[in-house]
Design a protein around this ligand. Structure first.
Ligand SMILES: Cc1cc2nc3c(=O)[nH]c(=O)nc-3n(C[C@H](O)[C@H](O)[C@H](O)COP(=O)(O)OP(=O)(O)OC[C@H]3O[C@@H](n4cnc5c(N)ncnc54)[C@H](O)[C@@H]3O)c2cc1C
Length: 669
């Protein structure tokens, strides 16, 4: 048999040592493979010929709907035509391969020309599946997969001035189609045969939340709605259902799923998967030598992938294998991150319905519906509908099968996030609610807003938000966020704060838990010389007024934080002085009372004062540790410090009234 080669090899390619690699299907997977081959190669290993049936090179099918919102065809191209030329890829667009002869290693195109190959890659993708509904072939009924489909829909809407539409299918493609049709200004109704939207990815609750969000966007949704026929009714189309009244619309889009394009392989006698698709092993080899399949047309050990990420991973693996590297395609878990009609839908790791032994923890809140799947206490899957600011962290945790501690479970159910902060991530990836500046209570989100408003350097961020203007421990984080080199922050008085705070907590606990120091009953008692402190009125007044003076002094620290005219001197030393005064006061309380808490008003005063000291001490300990720890523990103390500071302030509030009452009662009685 004579074999015609489509074109001569490029002049600088050694036709003897280079392998003729033919790729059928100029879509996303094929482009991904070319890109990876080029990255690996010096251009001499392969003479690549790429056949694509569509009239243009590979484009971003995922963002097809952006053509309706201002993007051009050129914007969608994954690479311009010149890119193929530059890398010596012989691109044949508008050319369909109609036959494959694996014995002769030849493919035939739609002009009848034959092309020999040393290695052949089938990347023929999928076609839109149209369910067996009567009337789908008539005018006004469309599918949606290619730029041509989109242009035909657009043209029809313009010509007929269509106002209403129905989309058959409530999965990923149906929601994408609804977006397109809505962008064209039509009223849209989604018809899904299953009880919920996205039945492959979402459980009942997730589907319900998605449906509510989609309906809020002005799209009607009918579930458990099986379309039986589409009948022309004047200028309209009438959809008839098994279980509901007919629906009259101007245009119908069928987006009920996809089927792999395996006809070329089937006709050539290649083995197919149990549900169609070209059967390949994890090395992406088909049942015949030197023929591989990647993308949506491949059934990897029986499983067909309908999303672009696994298609690209197949391209990675095949490129490596073509260069003789031992890569395999391992993809049992399919993560999906989509924005459907603007609503984020995420499923990560193991599908929740697929786990037989797993425990599911759920959070429902205003922002949406979230689920974590745990196996043996570790996160193996997650799903959400609605914005999830922690998604980077969750993705990483699911990938690493991180343990979810009981406290984190409780936090997730309550707040929708298991984490108190960014847990060792670069600050750029911290969740919005994570506190960056504990002193001023500034979150990662507030800093993000400041950056988007143009405050991009660390000092500008500080000025705009106040972050880093108090103790300064977070200035390194601001520098990291601004992409600046951080100078190590030495916080003045940090050791003094730590020691004083530990002492405050210890002394506070002693006052709270230890029994009162008994008054001496005889002159032999060893504390005879000491108990004079509580017996002698003058000394009691000295210790009492000293405590009052210390109280006022300690208060100035709080003023220094809030009143601009007091913001002189080094903040670190102010804080150290505040902590030391707190410790002195705790000791002064023992000198004043002998650990007798008193009754009524005095008891209230003593208790409030001791708690104020203990909580203040704990706040001091967290602040001292803030820049000594890293990772989870740093995030933990950073999250707790503002809470403790807040409790310290709350406990302070009744103190002036209690003190005034105490002083008055002493003189009165
Ligand atoms: C509207 C829409 C929205 C999507 N949104 C998402 C999303 O949000 N996230 C996501 O992960 N995935 C999404 N996808 C899926 C994603 O686009 C596909 O997974 C991806 O395009 C698959 O790449 P592929 O190369 O296998 O197939 P394709 O990109 O379809 O490429 C196959 C190409 O091969 C050509 N071909 C077929 N047979 C022949 C032949 N015999 N000869 C020559 N050429 C041939 C076809 O014409 C086609 O151009 C979406 C798909 C659509 C249609």
């Amino acid at each position: 048999m004579s074999v015609a080669i489509s074109a001569n090899p490029p002049a600088n390619v050694d036709a003897v040592s280079t392998k003729r690699l033919v790729i059928v299907g100029g879509g996303m997977a094929a482009h991904g493979l070319c890109k990876r081959l080029i990255e690996h190669s010096d251009g001499t290993e392969f003479e690549i010929t790429l056949f694509g049936e569509e009239p243009r090179p590979a484009y971003d099918r995922v963002n097809l709907s952006s053509l309706m919102s201002g993007s051009t065809e050129d914007d969608l191209l994954l690479s311009p035509k010149e890119w193929y030329q530059q890398h010596k890829i012989r691109l044949q667009v508008g050319r369909r391969i109609t036959a494959l002869d694996p014995e002769q290693q030849v493919v035939t195109d739609d002009t009848g020309a034959k092309h020999t190959y040393d290695q052949l890659v089938l990347a023929t993708g999928s076609y839109p599946w149209v369910p067996p509904i009567e009337g789908t072939k008539q005018r006004g009924v469309f599918v949606y997969r290619t730029i041509d489909d989109l242009q035909a829909i657009q043209q029809y809407v313009q010509q007929t001035s269509a106002k209403t539409s129905a989309v058959i299918g409530g999965g990923l493609l149906g929601l994408e189609a609804a977006k397109v049709i809505q962008n064209l200004g039509l009223r849209t109704t989604i018809l899904e045969v299953a009880p919920g939207l996205m039945p492959r990815q979402l459980d009942a609750q997730g589907a319900k939340v998605l449906r509510e969000k989609v309906q809020e966007l002005g799209v009607d949704v009918h579930v458990t709605r099986r379309t039986e026929s589409i009948v022309a009714k004047g200028s309209q189309l009438s959809l008839n259902f098994q279980n509901a009244e007919p629906l009259d619309v101007d245009i119908v889009l069928v987006a009920a799923g996809i089927r792999p394009r395996d006809e070329l392989a089937r006709d050539a006698g290649l083995k197919l998967g149990p549900r169609g698709g070209i059967a390949v092993n994890r090395q992406l080899e088909t049942s015949v030598p030197n023929v591989y399949a990647i993308g949506e047309c491949a059934a990897v050990e029986g499983h067909i992938h309908g999303l672009v990420a696994p298609c690209y991973r197949m391209a990675d693996v095949l490129a490596a294998r073509l260069f003789g590297e031992p890569a395999v395609f391992n993809d049992t878990e399919e993560s999906v991150e989509l924005k459907l009609l603007g609503v984020p839908v995420i499923t990560l790791g193991k599908a929740i319905g697929e786990s037989t032994s797993g425990v599911v923890v759920t959070h429902d809140g205003d922002e949406g519906h979230r689920k974590l799947l745990l196996e043996q206490g570790r996160m193996v899957g997650a799903a959400s509908v609605g914005h999830w600011e922690d998604v980077d962290l969750i993705r990483m945790s699911v990938a690493q099968h991180k343990r979810l501690w009981p406290t984190q479970r409780v936090r997730f159910v309550r707040t929708g996030t298991p984490y108190v902060g960014g847990t060792g991530l670069p600050i750029a990836q911290w969740p919005g609610h994570a506190t960056v500046c504990s002193c001023m209570g500034i979150t990662r989100q507030q800093l993000g807003t400041a950056i988007s408003e143009g405050h991009q350097s660390a000092p500008a961020m500080s000025l705009a938000t106040g972050a880093g203007t108090a103790c300064g421990t977070c200035r390194n984080l601001l520098c990291e966020l601004a992409g600046e080199t951080a100078t190590p922050t030495r916080v003045s008085g940090a050791t003094m704060v730590l020691v004083s705070s530990i002492l405050s907590v210890l002394v506070g606990l002693i006052v709270l838990l230890a029994p009162p120091i008994p008054l001496a009953t005889s002159v032999q008692d060893p504390w005879r010389e000491i108990d004079i402190l509580w017996r002698d009125d003058f000394l009691k007044q000295v210790s009492g007024y000293s405590l009052l003076a210390c109280f006022v002094l300690a208060l100035t620290f709080s003023m220094r934080k809030r009143l601009r005219f007091l913001q002189w001197g080094n903040y670190g030393w102010w804080r150290a002085a505040h902590a030391s005064i707190g410790t002195l006061m705790a000791m002064g309380l023992i000198a004043h009372t002998g650990i007798r808490m008193g009754d009524h008003l005095n008891f209230a005063l003593s208790l409030t004062f001791v708690l104020l000291t203990i909580v203040g001490g704990l706040a001091g300990i967290t602040s001292a540790f803030e820049n000594r720890l890293t990772g989870d523990s740093a995030m933990f103390v950073r999250a707790w410090r503002p809470k403790l500071t807040w409790m310290h302030i709350v406990l302070f509030v009744p103190m002036p009234a209690l003190l005034a009452g105490h002083i008055l009662s002493v003189y009165w009685y």
